[in-house]
Design a protein around this ligand. Structure first.
Ligand SMILES: O=P(O)(O)OC[C@H]1O[C@H](O)[C@H](O)[C@@H](O)[C@@H]1O
Length: 192
């Protein structure tokens, strides 16, 4: 061996993906829950009397460093979606466009099974299957929504620019053209 030995200080990573529990672990990981009452408007038929509005539909964990307004900074996140069906309609995220359409995003399938709905500004939609190991490049011009089509928890990791922003309003005004149902074990798309 040539050269002088150097005692390098090897640091623990600040963030870790726990491969047993499939969760993001680390200090400064942000976390929020979406209850049914927060996303009721997404469903075709959410009869108030049948469903518990406190039901947790999905949870989002995210981590970032540095100034969120600085172009080039990234966030890493994990969305955890529960197998909840509202009169056969599959559990879905709100779905959003990026405010800055120059910002793309990656999704990574971690656990469970589901779909990624992608929609452009002309409201043309295409769908990708999401499963453990699948990787999805989301063009900045496409709105994106995750759908749990399975009978177990569905987990999807993501990486996106801090400056992307979430435009939920554009999706509210021009919703994804198809709803996703699971009827007798079969996934069905129903036009709005
Ligand atoms: O915000 P939603 O459309 O409900 O989706 C939930 C979350 O899913 C992923 O983790 C995205 O990358 C996040 O940016 C998003 O907030």
């Amino acid at each position: 061996m040539k050269g002088e030995m150097f005692k390098m200080n090897i640091l623990k990573p600040k963030l870790q993906f726990d491969r047993v529990k499939n969760i993001l672990v680390g200090i400064n990981v942000k976390h929020y829950k979406k209850h049914l009452k927060d996303v009721l408007h997404l469903y075709a038929d959410a009869d108030v009397s049948i469903y518990n509005h406190e039901t947790i539909m999905y949870e989002v964990y995210s981590y970032g460093e540095g100034d969120e307004d600085k172009q080039g900074n990234l966030l890493y996140g994990l969305t955890v979606m529960y197998p909840v069906y509202i009169k056969n309609e599959c559990n879905m995220t709100q779905g959003h466009f990026h405010v800055d359409k120059n910002c793309a995003e990656y999704y990574f399938g971690i656990e469970g099974e589901g779909l990624l709905l992608l929609m452009n500004e002309q409201r043309e939609m295409y769908v990708e299957k999401v499963f453990p190991g699948s990787i999805h490049y989301i063009d900045g011009k496409y709105a994106h929504r995750l759908v749990n089509t399975g009978d177990s928890v569905f987990k999807v990791a993501a990486c996106w620019p801090t400056t992307a922003g979430h435009d939920y309003e554009a999706v509210r005004k021009g919703e994804f053209p198809y709803r996703v149902y699971k009827i007798n074990g079969k996934i069905e798309f129903v036009k709005r």
